[in-house]
Every structure is written in structure tokens, then in C-alpha cells.
Design a protein around this ligand. Structure first.
Ligand code: GAF
Length: 386
């Protein structure tokens, strides 16, 4: 049975009526452009085939009922008037936060019954929370005929995450879930949200992209992500620019010199400015049809995240080291870091050797076995039924 039928059946069982429709929104992998999105910079994610699926029906009485087949417990019932940022520490904060953000922006949402099921691994740096947010935003946009565009939905979901959930994240994950297209990576300018879909069909060129979930769980509401963000903002202020995006790559050395003995800020600035430059290099290489040449740029990005931005961990470093030693074209951590997943670009013929090498390296280091799967650039959020 397909996911749409499953959530429809579960919805009917829970609520005693049919849903008005079924929607799906994917998790993402970020190919390159890490910790640049809250610096007005460039990112390049693509959507995973893993999705959050939601069966949803409108209500007119100011009540939001939420249920997930992935979480123990029954239906959670909330009053829309009582939704209050910072009060919910459970998974329900993501969908409830979206309803809160829509209403705060003046959209006439009067309630909903929701049943959710997700195949996006949680805590793996693959944007399971953005998928939850975007699937609800898209469903309510359709059901309440709000007429919002995808990028506007992404902004509202980011607001839900920043204010309602309390995680100071950028706009990448929500935009990826809302706007990606199958067979493409999304080149996104996070300053004005202008987008370009870049064809990214590795299979056609005899390559594969592996996701290695280290199983080290991470969270962005913890302090480290916020500290990096604050450090970047300090760097921009010291350099007299609105955001680190405004530091040209050619001016990097001079800018670092101006930061004097602010050693930590210097490292953060160097990562962000070189990372924006790496995104532009990857776009240029892909547009020139030189896909294999992006491998070393990915690995360079990992070194920068490990040494300058300091958001990697021993497990992520080991994936990159073992995969590259076994013949990968390149590898890097993906997402916010402090655990989560790495990506590995490889020739199709080398996938088994590389997977085995990574698994053996993890076993030798005494780490929990990683979960390895192939990532195919997939469709963004959509209505599946109804
Ligand atoms: C997390 C955040 F949610 C994104 O906004 C982004 O900053 C990313 O970490 C790092 O690139 O996924």
C-alpha cells in the first residue's frame, strides 16, 4: 500500500471521517553551502525521496488536532488561540508552529485535523523537521486557498522554527523541501531567495551520491548552532557589512587582517566566505558538465567545517577520511553538523568498496554502525491526493 493510502486509512480510523487531501514534503541533503544561509549566502540542497506525508482536513472551530504514527501517544488537541511560542518541546511544535505563523501573518486558518507519517530519518541532519513544517504549510495553503507561493511558505516555516520552536536556523531546509525539483539541485541565494534549478543526474554519468547517517543525533535548538550564528554576526558587525555574504572572496585576506586578534571570529568568517565561493565553483563545474571535479571541492568544504567552523565530530570526519581513502571522488558532512550525516560522491562501480571501507572503519573505531543509502535528487513538496 502506498503512503497516501496508509495515512488516509489511519486518518479515517482516528477521526472517523475522510481527510480533505494528502500532501508530502521531503527531507534534503545539502550538496554544498553549509552555515551560509544565515549569512545571506549561497546554498545548494536537493530533495531526498524520504518524505513527511500528511492527511489533513479543515476545521472551523479553532481546534488543531495532531497525530503522528511515528511517535507514541494519541491525538494531541490544541486550541489555536492558546498557541504560544516556546511552550511546546515535543514534535507537535513543528506543525503547531506553522499554524501559529500563518495566523500571526494574518491568514485565516480556523483549525485542522492532521495525521502524519514520515520516512525522513530524525536527528540525522536530513531536515525531518523542515519536512514536517512544509507539509503542513502546503496543506493549509491549499485547503484555505491562501495563494501563498512556495518561497513564502518556506519563510513562514522558518519563522515557526525560529520563534515558535526556538531554533535559530536559516532558510535553506524549508526552501529545499518546498522548492526542489526531481533530477536537480537547487542553487539558492538566501539573500533574495532567487533560485536556479541545476540539473544533477549522477546516475546518467555513472556516479552515485551516498548518504552516511552516523547515527550521532544532533539538534539545533542546543547552544552550539546559535553560538556560530552569533559569531558570524559579530564578524559582519566588526567588518561593517550587513552580512558575511558581503565580503568578496578576493577581499578575504584583507578582511581577516582587519579582524586582528579575534581568532574565533576570523575562523568563522574564513569558513563562510570560502564556502560561498565553493558553492559558486560547484555551480560553475556542474554547468560546464565537469561533475567529477566537484569531488575535491566537497572535501575542501568538509575541512573548512571541521577546522574553521568546528561543527564536525569524529564520526563525520571518519566517514570522509575512510571514503576518500577507498576511492571516493569527494565527501563532506552535510547539514548543521555536531552529528548527523555525511555525503560521499563516488563512481557507481566503487560504491560497494567504499561502503564496506566506511563500515569497517566505524567498527574498528568502536562507533555505532552507520546507515548508508543512495540519495537520488527527488521532487519537492506536493499534493498527493484529494
Ligand atoms: C541546519 C539549519 F537548519 C540550516 O538553516 C542551515 O544553517 C544548516 O544547518 C547549515 O548549513 O540544517
Amino acid at each position: 500500500m502506498g503512503a497516501a493510502q496508509q495515512v488516509t486509512d489511519a486518518f479515517e480510523e482516528l477521526y472517523g471521517t475522510a481527510p480533505d487531501g494528502v500532501w508530502a514534503a521531503p527531507g534534503r541533503v545539502n550538496l554544498i553551502g553549509e552555515h551560509t544561509d544565515y549569512n545571506d549566502g549561497f546554498v545548494m540542497p536537493f530533495a531526498l525521496p524520504h518524505v513527511a506525508t500528511a492527511a489533513v482536513a479543515r476545521r472551523g472551530d479553532g481546534v488543531l488536532r495532531l497525530h503522528s504514527s511515528d511517535v507514541e501517544g494519541g491525538v494531541v488537541e490544541l486550541s489555536l488561540d492558546a498557541l504560544e511560542p516556546g511552550t511546546d518541546r515535543e514534535w507537535t511544535a513543528y506543525p503547531a508552529g506553522v499554524v501559529w505563523a500563518l495566523r500571526e501573518a494574518g491568514h485565516p486558518v480556523t483549525g485542522a485535523d492532521v495525521h502524519l507519517a514520515s520516512t525522513v530519518p530524525t536527528g540525522a541532519g536530513l531536515s525531518s523537521s523542515a519536512a514536517l513544517e512544509v507539509v503542513i504549510a502546503l496543506a493549509l495553503n491549499d485547503l484555505y486557498e491562501l495563494g501563498l507561493q512556495r518561497w513564502q511558505l518556506a519563510r513562514l516555516c522558518q519563522r515557526a522554527e525560529n520563534v515558535y520552536v526556538g531554533a535559530p536556523t536559516g532558510i535553506m531546509d524549508q526552501t529545499a523541501s518546498a522548492c526542489c525539483e526531481a533530477g536537480h539541485a537547487l542553487f539558492l541565494d538566501t539573500r533574495d531567495l532567487s533560485q536556479k534549478q541545476i540539473p544533477f543526474d549522477l546516475a546518467a554519468e555513472g556516479m552515485r551520491l551516498l548518504v552516511v547517517d552516523t547515527q550521532v543525533k544532533h539538534a539545533h535548538s542546543g547552544g552550539e548552532y546559535g553560538k556560530r550564528r552569533a559569531g558570524c554576526e559579530k564578524g559582519a558587525a566588526l567588518l561593517g557589512v550587513d552580512a558575511l555574504r558581503d565580503i568578496a572572496y578576493a577581499d578575504l585576506d584583507a578582511s581577516l587582517e582587519r579582524l586582528g586578534d579575534e581568532a574565533e571570529v576570523r575562523r568563522l568568517v574564513r569558513h563562510v566566505v570560502t564556502e560561498d565561493h565553493r558553492v559558486e565553483r560547484v555551480v560553475a563545474l556542474l554547468e560546464a558538465g565537469d561533475t567529477r571535479a566537484i569531488g575535491p571541492v566537497l572535501t575542501e568544504g568538509h575541512a573548512s567545517l571541521r577546522d574553521d567552523f568546528q561543527v564536525s565530530c569524529p564520526e563525520l570526519d571518519l566517514v570522509v577520511e575512510a571514503a576518500n581513502a577507498a576511492g571516493a571522488l569527494g565527501a563532506r558532512m552535510t547539514g548543521g553538523g555536531f552529528g548527523g550525516s555525511a555525503i560521499v560522491l563516488a563512481e557507481a562501480a566503487d560504491v560497494d568498496t567504499i561502503t564496506k571501507a566506511v563500515e569497517e572503519a566505524f567498527a574498528a573505531a568502536g562507533f555505532t554502525a552507520p546507515r548508508v543509502f543512495e540519495a537520488v535528487p527527488s521532487a519537492g513538496a506536493r499534493r498527493d491526493r484529494g
